[in-house]
Design a binder for this molecule. Structure first.
Ligand SMILES: [Zn+2]
Length: 533
């Protein structure tokens, strides 16, 4: 055994109840070889051992994001991030700057647009035409369910009038002329289909870029929420080249149109894995989102929406869940509406569980009271994203709360209630739908409002403790994959996946957490981010 790395002088929050704190640790061959005091760690030092003095910094297990889309392609990774733009002029300035950097023939994409910016003007692609100039431009709204395309982009894509779709989608038109607003993915694809595809090298490069961003905020693992068979090849290639700096769980995404042959191929490939990546997950959507009326509800929302599931035949969804479960895959279903949650719980109960694993439900943006205890009783994991609710208005005047109404809003994003019911919880960002920084995710889970804005009222009292927020990004995601013996805490023999912060995230004030400097990130003993000497 060679000791590769020793950390001393720290405040180690191990999350191991037997030894909750330590000041030092040692790493050999990617595993923790020692956890204890400085003298004990230093005694293990060998010639080539790297020793880092943490000077009082806090160490936790590496952070894991349980719901993220790190590979979703050009729309996000090639695009400009408009999450911080607050006005249309901000957007125009960013579009103009990015357009100036585009090569001839290149398209400009972006994500993170706020609907409220268009309250006065309506959503018209022409609003961005001047800023984009000659560069065909399409930008996604923050929920990724609507996009805005410039007239030039629409012309190049040949979209010159209304279209009909098999699923709920719309090319929004005025007097038969498209406005540039594209509702839902089938409409968006009319335009993305006209863009030159990303080369394999670009896809690879973007993945590496996202891993760097993740490492910089303490992330050592992700549960990717979209994937297919070629994704396994990309992960293999990244790992072979030493570029897989984040542990990745990757699913196969089953859609209503996924063929039986594909089901079989996915089942056969379920056990494939590398050192830092693994498959074994089947991902489903059973509904859309509350904001656009595509979340599946028991009774209609205020606009009459919410009555359609994403799978036109929910029976086929149940069959697919049962098939994948029998093949040993963990099922993960996107469920925003209460009807969607019920449907997934029923499908999981019918299908049973794969050995050693529990199925998961993602989002749970509203739920019927009688379904809350079913998570614990039936062994289903609640996967929640606190950043999605942090902008909700406590007076229920935003689009989401207005659509749901007060009764369903009283059971919105019930993180604490689910936890107290005994449900296993896990937390994530859903990036690029929210920022990929788990410090913001932990703070939002504690505060139930936007961190850093103490003047805002919390949405409700469903906030969780600082320790639970940290567990939601460390031990619980690892448990979700049935890997608690391997990681999720700082214990001898476990993986050396670590993060170091200026201030212990459990002791840090929630509003200050976003500023808590990430000093060191370690994956399997490898330093992947470092801002401490
Ligand atoms: Zn997602």
């Amino acid at each position: 055994m060679t000791i590769d790395l020793i950390l001393v002088g720290g405040r180690v929050r191990t999350l191991d109840p037997a030894t909750p704190s330590a000041t030092a640790l040692a790493v050999a061959d990617g595993r923790l070889a020692y956890v204890g005091d400085d003298a004990g760690a230093t005694a293990l030092r060998e010639g080539a051992t790297e020793v880092i003095d943490l000077k009082g910094a806090a160490v936790t297990p590496g952070l894991v994001d349980s719901h993220i889309h790190p590979f979703m392609g050009r729309l996000f990774q090639g695009g400009i991030d408009l999450m911080d733009a607050r006005t249309l002029d901000d957007v125009r300035a960013q579009v103009a700057a990015a357009a100036r950097g585009c090569r001839p023939g290149e398209w400009l994409t972006g994500f993170g647009l706020d609907y409220n910016m268009f309250a006065e003007t309506g959503i018209h692609g022409s609003l961005l035409a001047e800023a984009a100039g000659e560069v065909p431009t399409m930008i996604n709204f923050v929920d990724m369910h609507t996009a805005i395309a410039t007239p030039r982009a629409m012309a190049l894509a040949g979209v010159d009038g209304p279209r009909t779709f098999d699923e709920h989608a719309e090319v929004v038109c005025e007097d038969g002329v498209p406005t540039g607003q594209l509702r839902e993915q089938a409409a968006v694809r009319l335009v993305t289909g006209a863009m030159p595809p990303m080369t394999a090298a670009q896809v690879y490069e973007k993945a590496v870029e996202v891993f760097e961003r993740l490492n910089a905020v303490g992330v050592t693992g992700v549960h990717s929420m979209d994937g297919d068979l070629p994704r396994l090849d990309l992960l293999r290639e990244l790992e072979a080249n030493g570029d897989l700096k984040v542990r990745v769980t990757t699913p196969f995404w089953l859609k209503p149109e996924t063929t039986r042959d594909e089901w079989e191929a996915y089942a056969a490939a379920g056990g494939e894995r590398g050192v830092r990546w693994r498959g074994g997950v089947a991902k489903f959507f059973i509904d859309g989102v509350i904001d656009s009326g595509t979340g599946w509800l028991f009774t209609p929302d205020s606009e009459g929406g919410g009555l359609e599931p994403f799978w036109p035949d929910p029976g086929l969804y149940r069959e697919a869940v049962a098939y994948m479960t029998a093949a040993g895959l963990q099922c993960v279903t996107h469920c925003c509406g209460d009807r969607a949650v019920r449907e997934a719980l029923d499908a999981y109960r019918e299908a049973g569980r794969p050995p050693g694993l529990k199925h998961r439900i993602e989002h749970i943006e509203t739920i019927q009271a009688e379904d809350i205890p079913r998570f614990a009783a039936e062994g289903v994991i609640a996967s929640m994203q606190a950043q999605h609710m942090m902008w909700l208005e406590p007076d229920q005047t935003d689009n989401f709360t207005e659509r749901l109404g007060p009764d369903r809003c009283s059971r919105a994003f019930m993180t604490r209630s689910l936890l107290e019911s005994g449900a296993e919880l896990t937390l994530g960002s859903d990036w690029p739908v929210a920022r990929l920084d788990p410090r913001e995710g932990m703070a939002a889970a504690r505060l139930r409002r936007v961190p850093g804005m103490p003047e805002r009222e919390p949405f409700d009292d469903e906030g969780i403790s600082a320790l639970d927020a940290l567990l939601g990004y460390t031990a619980w995601p690892v448990r979700t994959r049935g890997e608690s013996a391997e990681g999720g805490s700082i214990e001898v023999g476990k993986r050396a996946d670590l993060a170091a912060f200026a201030v212990d995230p459990v002791e840090c004030d929630a509003d200050a957490l976003i500023e808590d400097e990430v000093l060191l990130t370690v994956v399997e003993g490898e330093i992947v981010h470092r801002s401490i000497d």
